[in-house]
Design a protein. Structure first.
Length: 229
């Protein structure tokens, strides 16, 4: 069972992530932003997280070429591109379900524009979102990009990163967000968007900054292999 461990100190990357997550709370509470539009940005954030994870996996693949692939207890060396392909299909399905649930439950609509589905929203996102929502998404993009450059590339982690662990690293976040999407959609239906955005942002900060999912993931992945060895 995945048991996150509390982190003991904040890094500069953590501080940036906290500020970016508090930005939409300020916007909804004090600047007239619409909670449904902000929450949709949170949904699209999952896409950004996935894209950056693909970049991390690709960077590692260019260096290591191959890594250990385990299937039903049988381990073999496979190209890193197999890990990338599996992640795109599997993670993409999770994001598709998450955003589709939000669109269905919340009945999201911005003026005269209403997305007809996930792919329509994905490829025409600027059409449905106001300027502040686009800037908010840009803020998330810069924040995650900074983390990848500082903590993964400049640190040299990409040279020895485990492709299997990289492949599963975003899933703790996506599970939390998927639960939040369902709950948040209900709050939006009853007009309590401000309250939920505040609660959601605080929970999101806690899980992303103060919970060491990376260590928990490493232990969860390593233990089955230890048993096999």
């Amino acid at each position: 069972m995945l048991k996150p461990e509390l982190s003991k100190q904040l890094t500069f990357s953590d501080i940036i992530l906290i500020l970016v997550n508090l930005w939409p709370v300020w916007g909804v509470w004090f600047n007239g932003w619409q909670a449904s539009e902000v929450f949709l940005v949170y949904c699209m954030e999952s896409v950004i997280v996935g894209l950056f994870n693909i970049i991390k996996m690709l960077t590692t693949t260019l260096v290591k070429k191959r890594d250990v692939w385990e299937n039903n207890g049988v381990k073999s060396m496979q190209s890193g591109f197999l890990f990338i392909f599996f992640f795109i299909v599997h993670y993409g399905l999770f994001v598709f379900v998450q955003v589709s649930m939000f669109l269905a439950v919340s009945n999201f609509k911005n003026g005269d524009f209403k997305p007809s589905g996930f792919f329509n929203l994905l490829f025409h996102f600027p059409q449905y979102m106001p300027q502040y929502a686009l800037w908010l998404l840009f803020g998330f993009t810069v924040s995650y990009g900074f983390q990848v450059i500082k903590d993964f590339i400049l640190s040299g982690t990409y040279r020895t990163a485990d492709m299997g662990k990289l492949m599963f690293s975003p899933y703790a976040r996506i599970f939390i967000q998927q639960f939040a999407v369902i709950l948040g959609s209900m709050f939006l239906l009853f007009g309590a968007g401000k309250i939920f955005i505040l609660i959601f942002a605080l929970i999101k900060i806690f899980f992303e900054v103060y919970m060491n999912f990376e260590k928990a993931l490493n232990e969860a992945v390593d233990k089955p292999w230890q048993k096999i060895n």
